[in-house]
Design a protein around this ligand. Sequence first.
Ligand code: HEM
Length: 409
Amino acid sequence: MTTTTDSAGTDAAPAYPTVRTGCPLDLPPLVGEMREERPVSRVTLWDGSRPWVVTRYSDARQALRDPRLSADLHRPGFPFISPVQKVQQNEDLPVGFLRMDPPEHTRQRRMLTAEFIVKRMQRMRPEVDALVESLLDDMIAAGSPADLVDAFALPLPSLVICKLLGVPYQDHEFFQEQSRLMIDQTAGVEKVLAAREELRAYFDRLATHKASHPDDDLLSRLVAEQEAPGRLSHDEVVGMAAVLLVAGHETTANMIGIGVLNLLEAPGQWAALCEDPDLIPGAVEELLRYQTVIHTGLPRVATEDMEIGGVTVRAGEGVLIQLAAANRDPRVFDAPDRLDVRHPARQHLAFGFGVHQCLGLPLARMELQSALEGLVRRLPGLRVTKPLEELGFRHRMNVYGLFELPVTW
Ligand code: HEM
């Protein structure tokens, strides 16, 4: 492990994020070690900054609802996992409410809450089931082996978010590519910024079009109900659409792909779902806990001196709340390193907690349930064709998962 010593020479701050050197389905060893030995401790990021990482469940939960921790990326000391994210700090463009604090965060988030209520998502369920069915029809017709990521896990959330926002489906490939690039820690800054600009320009044109051609979709409603009366600027509407796209697309896609892999790898888990599909809603929660795809930590910065887990964090210091470590905390979950769809854990933090808790949570749950139901019903004999060590895992991406999942059935 690469470590650096702080200026006072009192503690070590290992380089972060680290990759999973052992089993790619386990936590990175460093993170598990931190949780057990120094649960709130410093790490060193690519730019030399040394934020705190919070790894235990109770500390993480408490930190996420503490108003003294800000999500505003413009504040000095805000931790950036990659150079690309840091560029945003010096831009004038609206950042989207994910990286804002109340009261502006509350104002903007409220404009969308009605769009994601459970009832509305339940109404959408038949449409999502039909998309699942048609993607599986196509994949089965093309024959085995297939890449489950390419044929199913990526296009499903992409189709759903396009539908929700009112994006014409013929543009979905452009979308997938731009949103993949935007969260790639390894792509050069130039490339990521170009992708962001393309997406912004795209939504700019689409939102302008919706103003004169409104339809029954989220973007049309934002334009008519928020932009027209002056509650949001045109740029803010564009920023909001881009946040929804990126937040809702890669997360769900990777959760489907790596979720299926976990079910196939853990003894008896896939078979359990095939035998009893009523286990699926619980299995989705257990997968979210066990394989938390937001794996580098939710970034915050302290606005005043405070204590987290007995450690003093000073105003202006960065904090990363490590959901993946918290979701495997043995103080809260029995046998946390075992995936068990028969004992789902509902209090996991995979969607975050507090004011920024995932807005798309009801949609994500519904999509994951629909995807798994379709897969176990249509492909009970699903198998991965390559050993784990030959699969491409997204170690250096903000959202963990797989680049491909070759399967047969
Ligand atoms: C498995 C899928 C998903 C996971 C694991 C996930 C996870 C998360 C997490 C951890 C946060 C909190 C970020 C923070 O506190 O800094 C978040 C926020 C958010 N998510 Fe999700 N998400 C998923 C799917 C979705 C979907 C489908 C959408 C909507 C289209 C969505 C939209 C959002 C938005 C808008 C926020 C910002 C909320 C706020 O700042 O108030 N997410 N998500």
